[in-house]
Ligand binder design. Structure first.
Ligand SMILES: [Zn+2]
Length: 226
């Protein structure tokens, strides 16, 4: 028979000290995060690439990203936003971090002012701006806030802040996902479509070329949310 020593019971541990609850998170600070701002940039760049999108469509998208009313966009604002979107697309089109940084540095030099903090007279948490003032025109605001957010993403992850969808015929831009695996497609739909197309090419050499091999080629040209 094994000898089992008697063990005196351990003294009871004191109850864990209750940690003070974390301060409630202000949802507005999430909306103003660099990642959220960069996603808004990508959505706007994609929506503005659709020539049929009018001021009402873009205003609705801005509201969906938390912009408060009144969001009054004129056709002149829309033209300026399209021009800004074209400049920002260059950042997404850059294939390397160095190229993305070169484009961002040029845009920051040519189109933004000094860094400042604002709360929009208490309507939002403090956050940085590099546009001239809180009432800057929409195109200046869009370009400046986008450059700042994309620059912070480069700083944080040391990689390009986004890219253009690798699916055949898809022009949509996307924001890179943190430090995970390189993202190649704008959406799950495009990734699936490319996987199916690659599978068909491997198993049906006769379908290798021609539009019939890509029945959904235009599907992701549709606007965001469709
Ligand atoms: Zn796509």
């Amino acid at each position: 028979m094994r000898y089992i020593p008697t063990v005196s019971p351990l003294p009871a541990e004191p109850p864990p000290r209750a940690e003070p609850p974390p301060p409630p998170r202000d949802p507005r600070s999430v909306r103003h995060s660099p990642a959220a701002t960069a996603r808004r940039t990508a959505d706007l760049v994609n929506a503005l690439a659709d020539e049929t999108a009018g001021p009402g469509d873009i205003a609705a998208l801005l509201r969906a990203h938390g912009e408060n009313d009144p969001v009054g966009l004129t056709p002149h604002d829309l033209a300026g936003l399209r021009q800004a979107a074209g400049r920002l697309r260059e950042v997404f089109a850059a294939g390397t971090t160095t190229d993305a940084v070169t484009v961002l540095n040029r845009l920051l030099h040519e189109h933004t002012g000094p860094l400042r903090l604002t709360s929009h007279r208490g309507a939002s948490p403090w956050h940085p701006h590099v546009d001239p003032d809180d009432d800057a025109p929409w195109p200046e605001w869009f370009l400046a806030s986008s450059c700042l957010a994309l620059a912070v993403l480069v700083w944080t992850h040391q990689r390009p802040p986004g890219g253009i969808c690798a699916a055949d015929g898809c022009p949509r831009v996307f924001v890179s996902q943190g430090s995970g695996r390189d993202r190649r497609y704008c959406s799950r739909r495009c990734a699936t479509r490319e996987r199916v197309a690659a599978h068909r090419r491997r198993h049906s050499p006769a379908q290798e070329s021609g539009p019939s091999a890509h029945p959904h080629l235009q599907c992701c040209r549709k606007r965001s949310g469709t």
